[in-house]
Write a protein that binds this ligand. Structure first.
Ligand code: ZN
Length: 99
């Protein structure tokens, strides 16, 4: 619970952002992922959200395959998901910590 902190305004915004980023560092914010197709594989895999690397053909999925095409975030997976990739994230697509 955060309590009733007043909304920051004006000069206080920078200070709030600094505190937030420090808090995020100390809490090891979970890594988000994007759904992708891998080379020679029709299943849906997950990869870190590095679209630049994906465009260069250098992005690896969580299970170590080469990612070739990013999928829409809410594309129908059809139950055809890579178990290795999806076992490593929570229901929101964030990589589990300490799992
Ligand atoms: Zn996979």
């Amino acid at each position: 619970m955060r309590g009733g902190a007043p909304a920051p305004s004006g000069d206080d915004v920078d200070g709030a952002a600094a505190r937030l980023s420090f808090r995020e560092r100390t809490l090891a914010k979970p890594q988000s992922t994007i759904p992708v197709h891998a080379l020679d594989d029709q299943r849906v895999h997950l990869a870190p959200p590095h679209h630049g690397r994906l465009a260069q053909g250098r992005l690896k999925t969580l299970c170590g395959k080469l990612a070739v095409t990013a999928l829409p975030l809410f594309s129908p997976a059809g139950g055809n998901r890579c178990k290795a990739c999806f076992a490593r994230v929570d229901v929101d697509g964030f990589v589990k910590l300490g799992a």
